[in-house]
Design a protein. Structure first.
Length: 265
């Protein structure tokens, strides 16, 4: 009698052989993404994964002659996933920081951003000064998390409550379990534009730039960087900006301007 583990292994081997025989193969590029991060990567009404960075990565893969598979991954899990090789690269409005450059690589940026404070319209809160003693929601490990933690004393913030993505944070904000949510301003402006019960009340200048993340020193980063240069030159990324944000990207921003690959100092 075969041991259960051997039976499982035999069945899996047979399945993979059958899949190979009918032409089903793993994707060339496995891309981690925090699905639900509008408008960067999220499911539309039909359940299809779409968004600014989904469109960008699909075009990059096409130019490289590779197939791509997106793997839904919590934001904080993207970092160990690329470092361990479980995924080839990661997107999710990931900000390039000096600290992150010590352990991962980035292609050149393609979007300039800041943080923001979002509250419910009924709360009467008009900005960070109104958050004294209040509960603040952030995404675990995000630059919003870092900003809130380092400015907690300055604004006398109350508890910092951490979430795995925008959707659960919004549920708690609307339910009154948190008083404000600090996160990337483009995502919040997009999310709140048709929701009168929510208000983005303050832009928090942080001078962030988003890019695609890779394992430290991965040659794929340079390949993708070269494609991004081409796409900027063709105006492809500027068109994505127009499509997803309904506004023209300024020529001085990283959406249009070709930049060097960031390097650790």
């Amino acid at each position: 009698m075969l041991h259960a583990s051997r039976i499982k292994t035999t069945l899996l081997a047979g399945l993979f052989t059958a899949l190979g025989a009918i032409g089903v193969h793993a994707a060339d590029l496995t891309v981690g993404a925090n699905i639900g991060n509008v408008p960067w990567e999220f499911e539309d009404a039909s359940g299809k994964v779409t968004g600014f960075e989904i469109d960008l990565v699909n075009e990059i893969a096409k130019r490289l002659g590779k197939t791509v598979e997106f793997v839904n991954t919590p934001f904080n899990g993207l970092f160990p996933a690329v470092q361990s090789g479980r995924i080839n690269m990661a997107v999710s409005s990931i900000t390039i920081t000096e600290k992150r450059l010590q352990s991962v690589s980035f292609a050149q940026p393609y979007y300039d951003s800041d943080q923001s404070l979002t509250v419910t319209a009924a709360s009467g809160i008009t900005g960070l000064k109104g958050m004294s003693g209040k509960v603040v929601g952030v995404d675990t490990g995000s630059t919003g998390d870092m900003w809130a933690d380092s400015h907690k004393g300055e604004y006398k913030l109350g508890e910092i409550r951490r979430f795995e993505g925008l959707q659960p944070a919004m549920l708690d904000l609307v339910a009154g379990r948190v008083d404000g949510y600090i996160s990337d301003i483009p995502a919040l402006l997009y999310y709140a534009k048709d929701k009168p019960e929510l208000k983005v009340v303050e832009r928090i200048p942080t001078g962030e730039k988003y890019s695609i993340m890779f394992n430290k020193g991965d040659p794929l980063a340079a390949e993708v960087n070269a494609v991004i240069t081409t796409l900027k030159g063709e105006g492809f990324i500027a068109k994505l900006h127009q499509t997803w944000f309904g506004a023209k990207a300024e020529d001085t921003t990283s959406t249009v301007a070709v930049l060097d690959m960031p390097k650790a100092k």
